[in-house]
Design a protein around this ligand. Structure first.
Ligand code: PHE
Length: 389
């Protein structure tokens, strides 16, 4: 059996202590604050600011609601939950810094996050090495949970999402040729592009052209001109909302008027704010829609609106809410908050009724769940269909 990687945590603590103005906790083990009656500390890392800020804000609203509800009902194992949240600023480098802090300085017993796969991938090795279970609410790249047996997610993965959109493109839109426009800096985008292409070609379709951009770019005209020249029936943009919206706007300006499609990364109220009429009629797949779902999902919608000034939850909020209730259920079944026990309990999650569907954690520590396909209609997201795995 592996013992705790103390050299690693000690090094982290040393860094943490040097930079701290207040007192420094004496050891990683004591800093766990695991005394009976003390709250159970859960860490969350999320992009509360920066170019994917709506991902982090929605997630935080979902986790906060779940924690408040659990605490109002008496907590877990006779203890309250305490959520400690750190901002990744939508930037590489930040996830490692803030997750180290949450574990070594704050002594959290589990980590929730991130949304963006690249940022989850950055933090996952730290959680794995520290034996702190991590649950990503909505990172869909397969590599995230491959990091190790402490890393879980409560959402589907991109081989499935890519298949859903490739079938939609080929069968529903009847597209024969598709252009694929990928964010070269994003693990999510590269993975989803690959899985989409494989399935679209297997369906008898042709990839007219493949081009790249770098997340955060402002000018996509050169690539869009090349895409227009290839004359595809549709364009697949597996990126995040700010870039996707700007891409749709500039495509319209260039007279590229074919359907555009994306994945869950499009999901943000900002997509329509930035994209306006250029995103009207476009399609994307995601994890949740407020109009459909179980009793659980209807209740969540009501409670979320009541808690967050009438705001309608998006998929990020729903997945994040689910990450908390799945974790709390694992604490209960484990009868403990110790990493290895919680890991085993998470791995044994079966048919757990959650907001985004019934969650069973498979042998890869992923959740196999249905996707929904939405269309932008009058600046809102209209539900089109549910696709089961
Ligand atoms: N699935 C995306 C990723 O892995 C993140 C995302 C999930 C974005 C849900 C929006 C909605 O990077």
């Amino acid at each position: 059996m592996m013992t705790r990687p103390n050299f690693f945590l000690t090094a982290l603590l040393a860094i943490g202590c040097a930079g701290m103005s207040g007192g420094c906790k004496p050891s990683a083990v004591e800093s766990k604050g695991e005394a009976a009656g003390e709250p159970i500390k859960i860490g969350q890392f999320a992009s509360l600011t920066g170019k994917e800020a709506t991902f982090g804000i929605s997630s935080d609203e979902g986790t906060t609601l779940a924690v408040e509800e659990i605490n109002a009902a008496g907590g877990v194992l006779g203890r309250k939950l305490k959520l400690l949240t750190e901002d990744t600023q939508s930037k590489p480098g930040e996830p490692a810094t803030v997750v180290n802090k949450l574990i070594a300085r704050d002594g959290v017993v589990a980590i929730l996050g991130e949304v963006a796969s690249s940022r989850s991938l950055e933090a996952a090795p730290i959680c794995q090495q520290s034996q702190i279970p991590m649950i990503s609410p909505s990172s869909t790249n397969p590599k995230v949970t491959e990091v190790g047996d402490y890393i879980f997610r409560v959402c589907f993965i991109d081989p499935f999402q890519g298949t859903v959109m490739a079938n939609f493109a080929r069968k529903t839109l009847q597209a024969k040729t598709v252009a694929v426009f990928t964010d070269a800096k994003s693990d999510y985008s590269k993975g989803l592009a690959k899985f989409f292409k494989e399935k679209f070609v297997a369906n008898g379709g042709t990839i007219a052209v493949e081009l790249d951009y770098n997340g955060g770019d402002k000018d996509f005209k050169a690539q869009l001109t090349a895409i227009k020249a290839a004359n595809p029936d549709a364009v697949f943009v597996p990126g995040y909302y700010t870039d996707a919206a700007l891409i749709c706007v500039q495509a319209k300006q260039l007279g590229l008027n074919v359907p555009f499609m994306g994945g869950d990364g499009w999901e943000s109220e900002k997509l329509v704010e930035i994209g306006r009429e250029a995103v009207e009629g476009q399609y994307f797949s995601t994890h949740y829609h407020p109009d459909v779902g179980s009793e659980q999902s209807k209740q969540f919608l009501q409670h979320y609106r009541a808690r967050w000034q009438g705001k309608t939850p998006d998929a990020l909020a729903a997945c994040a809410y689910d990450s908390v209730i799945v974790l709390a259920d694992a604490f209960k079944r484990a009868g403990s908050t110790e990493g290895p026990k919680v890991r085993d309990a998470l791995a044994a999650t079966k048919d757990f009724a959650a907001v985004t569907g019934n969650i069973s954690i498979d042998t890869h520590r992923d959740a196999s769940k249905a996707a929904v396909i939405l269309q932008v209609k009058d600046g809102k997201y209209k539900y089109l269909e549910t696709v089961a795995p």
